[in-house]
Design a protein around this ligand. Structure first.
Ligand code: NAP
Length: 258
């Protein structure tokens, strides 16, 4: 256990928990003794993750909803309230990356990306607050991106959504500080996941070439795996980070120091 008994019996909601970073975070919380609600949209993928993670701990539930839909998010937190009566940690992690550059991104793609990546975090945070007030840890952690700190070509909606999510983190932290609720973010760079695979494979040259190019641009010389990111999420939610709010941890193998 990395965090002693910090999360034993804590109630944790992880959105985007069916794969990638969210699944790794859920796994780590389960290993730390937490009760975890896995949230994703696709029931088949969600059930597969639930079966896998219940091998680690049975203290694991799944809820299928689209975080960009307010009514579905209300139902999610109504379920959490009825089942557990409180919430300790919300990890806003669900995300999508569609569309391209400024000139070829459609309104639909723009709305999808901003809807999931930004509005989803807004809805989840808003409806989690009453339950977080009843919890012990009182922490929200948002998965932002290093693309909130630097820009890239060909990803206008995604970069915009993550820049806004970082500012949402700060604004929410200010508002929720009087309630004792801390709001922080992680900013990962390239991390092996389904989204990352799709993005890299769609670039000219294909997956292997693009990953090798990206890894070479990072001072540490490699891309991340989801378990490189997960401990930072738990740290921000832990008592060890009790003096931190409205800030972010950059996990980018040194990319943004160059
Ligand atoms: P991933 O493996 O593709 O996971 C994305 C997760 O989001 C899945 O669980 C997916 O669930 C869920 N999701 C998507 N749309 C949803 C919606 N409308 N409602 C609820 N859940 C939804 O990708 P990942 O890389 O781990 O991404 C996790 C987060 O990390 C994202 O916010 C991403 O922007 C961020 N991030 C990733 C990287 C990277 O290089 N991988 C770098 C920086 C930041 P379904 O099973 O329903 O599809």
């Amino acid at each position: 256990m990395l965090f002693a008994d910090s999360f034993k019996d804590c109630v944790v909601v992880v959105t985007g928990a069916s794969s990638g970073i969210g699944k790794a975070v859920a796994k780590l919380f389960l290993q730390e003794g937490a009760q975890v609600v896995l949230v994703n949209r696709d029931p088949e993928r969600g059930k597969a993750a639930l079966t896998e993670l219940r091998e680690i701990s049975p203290k694991c539930d799944a809820f299928y909803c689209d975080v960009s839909c307010e009514d579905q998010v209300k139902e999610l937190f109504s379920f959490v309230g009825k089942t557990y009566g409180r919430l300790d940690v919300l990890h806003n992690n669900a995300g999508v990356s569609v569309g391209g550059g400024l000139l070829d991104t459609t309104q639909e793609q723009w709305d999808t990306v901003l809807g999931v990546n930004l509005r989803g975090a807004f809805f989840c945070s808003k409806y989690a607050v009453p339950l977080l007030q009843k919890g012990e840890r009182k922490a929200i952690v948002n998965t932002v991106s290093e693309l909130a700190l630097v820009a890239t070509r060909g990803s206008i909606a995604y970069c915009s959504s993550k820049g806004a999510l970082l500012q949402f983190t700060r604004a929410a932290a200010l508002e929720l500080a009087p309630l004792g609720i801390r709001v922080n973010a992680v900013c990962p760079a390239g991390t092996e996941s389904e989204m990352f695979h799709k993005d890299m494979a769609s670039c000219e040259g294909g997956y292997e070439v693009n990953v090798a190019r990206l890894a070479a641009s990072y001072p540490l010389g490699r891309i991340a795996v989801p378990m490189d990111i997960a401990p930072a999420v738990l740290f921000l939610a832990s008592p060890g980070a009790s003096f931190m709010t409205g800030t972010h941890i950059v996990l980018d193998a040194g990319f943004t120091i160059k």
